[in-house]
Design a protein around this ligand. Sequence first.
Ligand code: PMP
Length: 451
Amino acid sequence: MENLDSFSTDYLFYQSRKQMPFIERAQGVYIWDHTGKKYLDGSSGAVNCNIGHGNNRVANRLAEQARKAVFAYRTQFENEPAHRYAAELVTYLAPHLQRVFFVSSGSEAVESAIKLCRQYFFNRGQKSRHQFISRTPSYHGSTLGALALTSYSPLEIPFRPMMKAYPKIPAPYCYRCQYHKKTKCNLECAWALERAIVEQGPESIAGFIAEPIGGASTGAVVPPRDYFGVIEHICKKYGIFLILDEVMTGFGRTGKLFAYEHWDVDADIVVMSKGITAGYYPLGAIAARTEYVDEMMDNGGFSHGHTLAGNPMGCAVGLEVLNVITENRLSENAAAMGKLLKAGLERLKKRFQFIGQVRGQGLLTAIELVQERKTREPFPAEQNIHFLLTDEAYDEGLIIYPRRPINGLKGDHVLVAPPLISTRKEIKELLALLERALERTEAKLPATTLG
Ligand code: PMP
C-alpha cells in the first residue's frame, strides 16, 4: 500500500477526531492495517461482521448482481433478489411474521418499525395512538425518531429539544438493579411497562421497543428468564405493538438465529440490520405481523420508503449471507464458541480483581470493570477505564468494543463479540490477547483503586 502517513485526513469527519490506522485488508477473523500490523477482530467491527471478513462466496454474489442490475426502483420494476430474499427470510422467522420491509440501516429499520405501528393505528382510525415506550439505557439508532427511543445520554443531549420525549422504563440490568433488589426479583422492571402505559393513558400508546439482549447500551445484559413473558402479556393486554430490536442480536449472534427464540416471545415486529449482510452491503429490514401489515395495506398503505429500499444489491447479499449462516450452522457455532469464550472470561475474572462481572449469550459477551468487586464500586468516570483497556488491547492486536457509564447508571464495560465463524483456536488466541491487555491495564491502575 502507498505510504499513508502523510495522507491528509482533514476532509472527512466522524464522531471524534481520533486518527486510526488505515485498514489494508481483512480475512476471516483478522484485519491488517496499512503498516502491516495484524489484529484479531474481537468485536466483529461494530458487532456486525458476523460471517467474518473476505468471504469469497458473498463477494462473488455482490459482483454478479452488480453486473446484472444494480438498481430497480420499486414503482417501476419488481426485483427478484428482494422477493427471493423476503420469501427465504420469513421461513426462519416466527410463523406470524410473514411481511418484510427493506431499508439500508438499523436506524432506518427502527424508524420504519415505529412508523408502521403509527400508520396501522392511523389507518384504522385510532389516531390518538402515537407514543412509544422504550427503556433506559438503550440504543436504537442515531436518526431523530430512533434517537428519541434511545436512552444513551452522550448521543441524545444536544438533540433533546428536537425530539419527542417518549416515556422510558428501566432496562433489566441485574448486576446494578435499578430497583436495588439484591435477591428476590419480582420483575419490577418488566411490570414498569404497565405502570407507564397506565400513566400515559393506554389510548395514546402505539408500541414498546426493546433490545432482546442489551447491546451497545447495557453491554450484553441478558434479561431474567420470565422478563419477556411479562412484557408480551402487557403488550397484548393493552393492544400495543411489541417491537424487538434485533439489530445487534440477530443473525446468529447470540447462539440462535434471532435472540427472541431464547424465550419464544411473540413480537409484532422484529427489527434487523448489522448481521443481515455482515458488513458486505448496507441493509436493514423489519418483519411484521402478517395481519397487521395486510390490514394497513388494505386501509390505505404505508406512507414511507427510501430510494434504496429493497434494492437488488443489498437483497442479493442478504440472501447469500443468510445461506452462509444457515449452511455453516453459524448460530450453533456461536452457541458453542460463546460457552468457551465465557468460560475463558470467567477464568480471567478469577485472575483480575477489576473484572466485576462476565455476562452475555452466544458470541455477544461483555466484561464489566469495577474498582472494588465486593461493593461493585465502579471506576471514576473520568478514568475512562473502558478506553484504557480497549487501547491496551489495540496495542496487543485485539479489537474490543468499549462503553462508558451512562444515564445515571455506573459501570464501564467492554463488549467481546468475535465473528460467528471463530474456531476454538481463535477464541483461545483472543483470550490470550485480552489477558495481556488486562495485565497492561492493571499495571497502569493506581494501587489504591484496586479492591
Ligand atoms: N439498534 C441497535 C440495537 C443497534 O445496536 C444499532 C447500532 N449499534 C442500531 C439500532 C442502529 O443501527 P445503524 O447504526 O445501522 O443505524
